[in-house]
Design a protein around this ligand. Structure first.
Ligand code: HEM
Length: 481
């Protein structure tokens, strides 16, 4: 019997899900939790039989959801560190393994790949796509060569040892071992290192300095319980059913599920971002009705202050960090948190219900699971613009078209979402190369529409490459031939 994917709030030891969890890769329902990772991109070079035999042998090293849970227990018991491993394939990877098409994942974007210029135009709601660009408005010519060329798959290794040295050693040794194993089978096209950055409170941050990874759909009872202790969920329910992220693996057996992966290497211009925030703060102070600084202007861009406090939430005692237990019911005109702010564009928390009368379940179904990690130089105050710093954005979803692409294309890149003249997401919104960007409209005073100020803010994140992948069931990986 297949599992009920509508279920939420599942205990990891629920007997009805043991077979599914044993066959499902880890890092999907819960993040792997390690602070360092290596993303090893490869392109098969061997014949399909040899390729399949290697994947089958490697399947034994992939960490299942159950094994991930055992690793957590063993770490809590005796501080024993273990390597975490994910394995994913692009559509060209399925082809190189000579897998019959009926076993391929269905998603149209997965089938076309991220570089494809024509991907799923017919499935997207706006009618104004230019055939010159892909639906994300990416400038593929500017991508790193590893991503401009064919990517067949990616192995994710993650480890968190007692010291940085131990961690580096374990990960580098594993990469060397893989290079040997893959000789004659596949060419490693990129080994991308990722690491978690933390602030003085040990919270995870991204390169602009903002706390990241706060709001994510929660599938397991233990994680939901954690969120409950951390601010509750009376105004925002983070629980999500399994079908937000899982689909049946067409190449597996009855208990086999997988997830679609969006991978994007996003470079961040830290110096440029903060310089522009200074300018925005000065402009708001001059033309608006309150004196503000760059930190406040940054919160208008992101939707949260650097410490994670939502900008929409202020009580008599000042800002209240409601963590994730907030919505925009008291800010229906975007006068506290602008409609264009990154967190409001990517999770409108009821705006689409108010604006389009669309059912809340539709908005909820757009949610993605974020498992990204930072890359490059850890310096948050670089001397120059466009340094080697950014985010290895990884989202997991049941549909790339209806979740990630919809979010990036129809929400972040769309100047008319959620209302006309909203403007693009100032963090990650992209227009076609060479196209004009209309200024966003910023509240000149918190909660007050009288002094709105127009100011164009964009262009501090650029895409260096990416791919759509599928993280199949372990059963599929073990039984290729
Ligand atoms: C939330 C930064 C790219 C989707 C956030 C938050 C920050 C952030 C600081 C708030 C903390 C949190 O809730 O975790 C960034 C940076 C990016 C980036 C610096 C690029 C370098 C993206 C992209 C997408 C995305 C490409 C998808 C198109 C989301 C979502 C949330 C979020 C869904 C949660 C919103 C909520 O539920 O309130 N991001 N992000 N992010 N971001 Fe991003």
């Amino acid at each position: 019997m297949s599992a009920n994917l509508n279920q939420t709030n599942i205990e990891i030891d629920d007997p009805n899900f043991q077979a599914l969890f044993a066959d499902l890769q880890g890092n999907i329902l819960k993040g792997h939790g390690r602070d360092d990772s290596r993303h090893i991109f490869f392109r098969f070079t061997g014949n399909s039989d040899e390729n399949c035999r290697w994947v089958e042998s490697f399947a034994g090293e992939v960490t299942s959801t159950l094994a991930q849970h055992q690793q957590i227990l063993s770490y809590k018991r005796d501080r024993h560190h273990q390597l975490f491993v994910n394995f994913m394939l692009s559509c060209s990877g399925y082809l190189a393994l000579d897998i019959p098409q009926k076993y391929w994942p269905q998603d149209k974007a997965f089938r076309s790949g991220m570089k494809d210029l024509q991907v799923c135009y017919d499935t997207l709601p706006r009618g104004d796509h230019s055939p010159k660009s892909n639906p994300l408005n990416d400038d593929v010519q500017q991508w790193e060569s590893a991503f401009r060329n064919r990517v067949d798959g990616m192995i994710l290794l993650a480890y968190g040892g007692d010291s940085a040295r131990e961690t580096r050693q374990i990960l580098d040794d594993k990469v060397s071992e893989l290079k040997k194993q893959l000789a004659g089978i596949a060419e490693i096209t990129l080994v991308q290192a990722g690491y978690v950055m933390r602030n003085e409170k040990e919270q995870v941050i991204e390169h602009f300095g903002f706390v990241d990874g706060v709001s994510n759909p929660k599938f397991l009872f233990s994680d939901l319980n954690e969120e409950f202790k951390n601010g509750g969920y009376s105004r925002n329910d983070p629980s999500a059913s399994l079908n937000t992220v899982l689909v049946k693996d067409p190449g597996g057996d009855n208990n086999s599920y997988g997830t679609y992966v969006t991978y994007r290497k996003l470079q961040q211009n830290i110096k440029g971002f903060w310089k522009k925030l200074d300018l925005l703060a000065n402009t708001l102070s001059e033309l608006g009705q309150q004196k503000v600084d760059a930190e406040y202007a940054g919160a208008l861009c992101v939707g949260r202050f650097k410490d994670g406090t939502p900008i929409s939430e202020q009580g008599n005692d000042g800002w209240s960090n409601l963590f994730n237990n907030f919505n925009y019911d008291d800010d229906v005109d975007g006068l506290r948190c602008p409609f264009h702010s990154h967190t409001r564009k990517t999770n409108p928390r009821g705006d689409t219900v108010r604006q389009f009368n669309s059912p809340p379940t539709i908005e909820q179904s757009r949610r993605i699971v974020r498992r990204g990690i930072s890359f490059g130089d850890k310096n948050l105050n670089p001397d120059s613009e466009w340094t080697d710093a950014g985010l290895l954005f990884i989202s997991l979803q049941a549909s790339i078209v209806d979740q990630f692409i919809f979010m990036q294309h129809t929400w972040c890149n769309n100047e008319g979402f959620v209302r006309e003249n909203t403007g693009i997401d100032p963090l990650v919104g992209q227009v076609l190369p060479g196209e004009n960007i209309q200024p966003q409209s910023w509240p000149g005073k918190w909660g007050n529409g009288a002094g709105k100020v127009d100011f164009e803010f964009s262009g501090f994140v650029r895409t260096l490459g990416g791919e759509y992948l599928f993280m199949p069931s372990i059963h599929f990986l073990r039984h290729l031939s």
